[in-house]
Design a protein around this ligand. Structure first.
Ligand code: AMP
Length: 176
């Protein structure tokens, strides 16, 4: 990724202890979004993940992945595809269940959102255990498309989410 002022970026991220439940330190990225310069340099750096490869689409993960993903798609001049929590997409979907710390969750994609053989970048705000991104990669592949890389604003390295995505190139702007 492009070199940017990571110190400024790190200082802008707000750690919120015990949200949404006890023991979780939530990385609040809203101060980054509210700062035009920080947001712009973040999406430019994340878009550089594409390098010189021709990407067909950016896939953003519900919900903060939409914010970064849509901006990156605009920069790369390609389409944007949302992967949503179950029950939110109106058309025919593929779905994929995955395990959370407690219980299960499900993500969905429209069947016609990506064409076979298209090349996509997957975007989310944060890589934690990797379950959500892994399920998203499976959805993209179920449509016959190819994953160029998965790109995150933040990676919680100590949770080893990358381990679940071992066949995919992973790029993260900030690693904790
Ligand atoms: P995971 O499937 O464990 O990699 O979780 C990733 C998803 O959960 C992302 O969509 C994140 O937005 C969200 N998430 C998980 N942990 C945190 C955290 N500590 N702070 C903010 N968001 C988080």
């Amino acid at each position: 990724m492009k070199n940017i002022d990571l110190n400024r970026l790190e200082k802008a991220i707000r750690d919120v202890p015990d949200f949404p439940k006890p023991g979780i330190v939530f990385k609040d990225i809203t101060p980054v979004l509210a700062d035009a310069e920080l947001f712009s340099m973040s999406i430019h750096a994340m878009a550089s993940t594409a390098k010189n490869t021709k990407i067909d689409k950016v896939v953003g993960i519900d919900a903060r992945g939409f914010i970064f993903g849509a901006a990156i798609a605009h920069l790369l001049n390609v389409g944007f595809v949302p992967v949503r929590k179950a029950g939110k997409l109106p058309w025919m979907t593929e779905s994929e269940s995955y395990s959370l710390e407690y219980g299960k969750s499900k993500v969905e994609i429209h069947k016609d959102a990506i064409l076979a053989e298209e090349k996509v970048i997957i975007v989310d705000d944060l890589l934690a255990t990797g379950g959500t991104a892994e399920a998203t990669i499976k959805l993209v592949k179920s449509l016959g498309a190819n994953v160029h890389s998965a790109c995150f604003f933040i990676e919680l390295g100590f949770l080893n989410g990358k381990g679940k995505l071992s066949h995919t190139e992973v790029e993260s702007l900030l690693v904790y």
